[in-house]
Write a protein that binds this ligand. Structure first.
Ligand code: UDP
Ligand code: MG
Length: 142
């Protein structure tokens, strides 16, 4: 059986703050394998598919502005239980209160502005991982 995959995005704030290597390093050190990596630039159409369950939330316009504010690095990592493992490394959504030791807890905080900038995206289920890999790497990867 092929091992599980996850889609990781180093979000625009992570790239701007020169944290790309740090984020990828933490995931690699945990033992997961990098299987593909690419620069990506979000647009409204891809974000609406990526965040389909959030498009009607009040914070969605600010989230789109945040995610389109600069280039991102998209990466596919593989390994047994990689989704649980990377979500655990990422930490909870709010970086101010994310646990120390996590990416968001160690490297993130609240900044002025409407969006919750938290450095990294990590898929939350195998189904969403495959959907998101197809969005950011193209259908051939999905
Ligand atoms: N987000 C936000 N305000 C909120 C909740 C979420 O700006 O009240 C942003 C934040 O960047 C988060 C993303 O929307 O990472 C997706 O939200 P989700 O609840 O899926 O959090 P995640 O899975 O990224 O922890
Ligand atoms: Mg999520």
């Amino acid at each position: 059986m092929a091992s599980q995959r996850i889609l990781v995005l180093v979000k625009p704030d992570g790239v701007r703050r020169h944290l790309t290597g740090e984020v990828l390093h933490r995931i690699e050190r945990k033992g997961y394998s990098l299987s593909n990596i690419s620069w990506v630039q979000a647009d409204e159409e891809r974000l609406a598919r990526h965040y389909a369950e959030l498009v009607n939330r009040p914070f969605y316009p600010a989230l789109v502005e945040y995610m389109m504010s600069g280039p991102m690095v998209a990466a596919i990592f593989t390994g047994d239980r990689v989704i649980e493992g990377v979500r655990s490394l990422a930490g909870s959504t709010d970086p101010t209160t994310a646990a120390p030791g996590t990416i968001r807890g160690d490297l993130g905080r609240a900044w002025s502005g409407e969006s919750t900038m938290n450095i990294v995206h990590a898929s939350d289920s195998p189904e969403n991982a495959e959907k998101e890999i197809a969005i950011w790497f193209g259908e051939a990867e999905g």
